[in-house]
Each structure stands twice: as structure tokens, then as C-alpha cells.
Design a protein around this ligand. Structure first.
Ligand code: SF4
Length: 109
């Protein structure tokens, strides 16, 4: 079950559908960032994400942009990110862009 806490997204994602794939941030140590300081990190299972996507698709089938939350989604494994992107691509026929927050260390890995 997802925790209830404030969700953040970049201003440029104002028109994007936000789909959470985790609670919090796995790094949570950036001194300038308090977004998820009080949130225990937990990546969601693929089944949880599939349920969220199916539910979101009922009301947003024509969406073109998606933002995956919460923090540093790039820290997920390549296989999991790939599965999520394939699921989004097959669910939302007009999807043209998926964006995430990414920590520099996760990008380098
Ligand atoms: S990686 Fe992003 S979400 Fe995590 S603590 Fe740093 S700025 Fe905040």
C-alpha cells in the first residue's frame, strides 16, 4: 500500500500524468532537498505499478506525457525500468515522453 505524503514534480511536468513507482528517495541525503526527508524509501513491486497504471489509464488514456515519482527513479534496475516503460508504451497509445528525477550517481551507474 502506498504511503500518503506530498508528491513532487518539476514545474515543466504540470501537464503530465504522475505515476508513483516508489515511496520516497533511496538516496535522501542531498543537503538542499527536504522533499522526502520523512518518507521511508520503498520501491513498489511491478504488480503494484501495474495496478496503478491500469487505474490511471481508465481516466487518462490519451495522455502524452508521464512523470514517474518519487525521487531518483533512475536508481531502479535497468530491467525494472525497462518493464515499466514497456508497460506504459503498451498502455498509453499517444505517449511521447516519460520523465523522472535522477540522482547523478544513479545516472553514472
Ligand atoms: S536525489 Fe533528488 S529526491 Fe533524493 S535527496 Fe537528492 S534531490 Fe532529493
Amino acid at each position: 500500500m502506498m504511503n500518503e505524503h506530498t508528491m513532487f514534480r518539476p514545474p515543466a511536468e504540470v501537464n503530465s500524468l504522475i505515476i508513483r513507482v516508489a515511496d520516497g528517495c533511496p538516496w535522501n541525503k542531498c543537503t538542499f532537498c527536504g522533499m522526502y526527508k520523512n518518507v521511508k524509501y520503498r520501491p513498489f513491486s511491478f504488480d503494484e505499478i501495474k495496478r496503478s497504471v491500469a487505474n490511471a489509464a481508465k481516466y487518462n488514456s490519451g495522455i502524452r506525457r508521464i512523470f514517474l515519482a518519487d525521487g531518483d527513479v533512475m536508481s531502479l534496475s535497468f530491467d525494472k525500468l525497462s518493464e515499466i516503460l514497456k508497460l506504459l508504451n503498451s498502455t498509453f497509445q499517444k505517449l511521447s515522453r516519460v520523465n523522472i528525477y535522477a540522482n547523478g550517481n544513479s545516472i553514472l551507474k
